[in-house]
Design a protein around this ligand. Structure first.
Ligand SMILES: [Ca+2]
Ligand SMILES: [Ca+2]
Length: 188
């Protein structure tokens, strides 16, 4: 995303306080000049804005992350730039040596949960990507050998699936909870 600058701005409208997330990027011009350009402005008016922080890429420096209703952004503190853009089903992971981002989405028809784990390098490039899912095929509220399981897009038999996803399932239990931002100062 180039040289991006992220600012949290607080807008006051009557008694309501809105938050807006504004991402500005610099476009290199001829002669070494740069031009500041507002990227798609993400309107967070009246939507919750959440914050989390962790070293998700393992370079010993923490990243900041912001979540709106639809999107999440991971920001490199030192360079003040967005290194990863995800969605609202994602949370940061920094647990027991496991770092990255975990996606978890519950669905229906049949009842299912789809997970994804990604690890990132310090530039936000995806290093590894693992997906796994479980479907309550017979909709009896119990996940057992009569149901349907996937790992990296392939159907896997229940016992095997339990074995290969055990560590990832544990990682998914230890993601970092988003904190609602109630004061714009906290976001600085
Ligand atoms: Ca880091
Ligand atoms: Ca079942």
């Amino acid at each position: 995303m180039g040289n991006s600058l992220l600012k949290i701005i607080k807008l006051t409208n009557g008694v309501k306080v809105f938050f807006a997330l504004l991402i500005i990027t610099s476009i290199p011009l001829l002669g070494g000049c740069t031009k500041a350009v507002a990227l798609p402005e993400i309107s967070l008016e009246e939507e919750p804005l959440f914050y989390a922080h962790a070293d998700v890429c393992g370079d010993k420096n923490e990243e900041d992350a912001y979540l709106s209703r639809a999107s999440m952004y991971v920001i490199d503190r030192a360079e003040n730039k967005v290194i990863y853009e995800g969605c609202s089903y994602e949370k940061l992971l920094d647990w027991n040596g496991h770092k990255g981002i975990i996606y978890q989405r519950d669905g229906g028809a049949p009842t299912n949960t789809i997970y994804q784990y990604i690890s990132l390098d310090e530039n936000g490039e995806v290093l590894t990507e693992i997906t796994w899912a479980l479907y309550d095929g017979d909709e009896n509220g119990v996940f057992d050998e009569n149901d349907y399981y996937e790992f990296n897009g392939q159907e896997v038999e229940y016992a095997k699936w339990q074995e290969i996803t055990a560590e990832y399932m544990e990682m998914a239990k230890h993601t970092i909870e988003w904190e609602e931002i109630k004061d714009a100062d906290k976001a600085k």
